[in-house]
Design a binder for this molecule. Structure first.
Ligand code: MN
Length: 287
């Protein structure tokens, strides 16, 4: 990693146009317990690491940096799948950013409302969101305030929305400046039950301000539709570097992840980052 990208990881830039949550909460016993969520096998608990600590990394070489040609598929009014949207180099940067912040205070933890199928590791930038407590001021892994959203992520989301708008009908997809980014890492058996994103403020929901979801690592089968009836849902595979956006009339679409495909991460990405087996998902929203 060169010096400037290292500095970017240490000190993310926050665009002045974006609101960024700065919240502080007390450290409670429950939160404390949840922080050290990954046992190192020696009885000590360590923060969850997105990368294999023992694996040697190799920088992306010229020949491996060519990302497949970006394409897109319109999935509904205000809903689009941008395929191969994030370059391999940017995917590597995103993994490194999440790894850096995920190991800090306020980093990855296992949410408490877990059943067997929901075994993700989770953290947030900007504002806290937790699968159980939803948007809450204090519910980070250890009670500390979440880090601001790194500039690379806000700018990626905003550019993706602009590109999506160019493919969609006029006014079909509103613009959005994210103030929260929810980061989840799903192991191979990770699932995301069918749900609607309803926790944002009513104004954002009413205006159909879009949700932007970035997939990195293993491929995932994404289900979506305007019904809870699983038989009537549509399916699409999200690959590493894909972005899915749903806003406007599709803002309240039901969606979930039904399966993750093993060994489906791009090899250059794994070699450059030592990313663990699983799927990293980043979801940007305004609340
Ligand atoms: Mn969702």
């Amino acid at each position: 990693m060169n010096h400037s990208s290292f500095c970017r990881l240490i000190r993310p830039m926050v665009p002045s146009t974006c609101r960024v949550g700065r919240q502080q909460g007390p450290l409670t016993g429950i939160l404390k317990k949840q922080y050290h969520s990954f046992a190192n096998g020696l009885g000590e608990k360590q923060p969850f690491s997105l990368i294999w600590p023992w694996m040697k990394t190799e920088p992306l070489c010229e020949s491996s940096t060519s990302t497949p040609r970006p394409t897109y598929e319109i999935l509904g009014p205000g809903m689009i799948h941008l395929k191969n949207y994030v370059s391999l180099k940017d995917q590597v940067d995103i993994v490194n950013i999440c790894q850096k912040w995920g190991m800090e205070s306020g980093g990855f933890y296992k949410p408490s409302c877990q059943n067997g199928a929901d075994n993700r590791q989770h953290m947030c930038f900007g504002r806290n969101w937790d699968p159980e407590t939803r948007y809450d001021n204090i519910y980070t892994s250890d009670g500390s305030e979440p880090p601001p959203i790194p500039y690379e992520l806000t700018s990626l989301a905003e550019t993706a929305i602009q590109d999506a708008q160019a493919h969609l009908e006029e006014d079909e997809l509103p613009s959005m400046c994210p103030d929260t980014c929810s980061v989840s890492f799903y192991p191979l058996d990770g699932r995301l039950g069918l749900h609607q994103d309803l926790d944002e403020n009513s104004d954002a929901l009413q205006k159909g301000l879009p949700v932007v979801s970035i997939s990195i690592g293993y491929m995932a089968e994404f289900l979506y539709g305007h019904t809870r009836d699983e038989q009537k849902l549509n399916k699409v595979w999200l690959q590493s570097g894909d972005v899915i956006i749903f806003g406007g009339k599709s803002r309240l679409v039901y969606h979930g992840v039904s399966q993750i495909c093993p060994y489906s991460a791009p090899q250059p990405l794994v070699s450059a980052t030592a990313l663990r087996a699983g799927r990293l998902s980043l979801t940007l929203r305004t609340i």
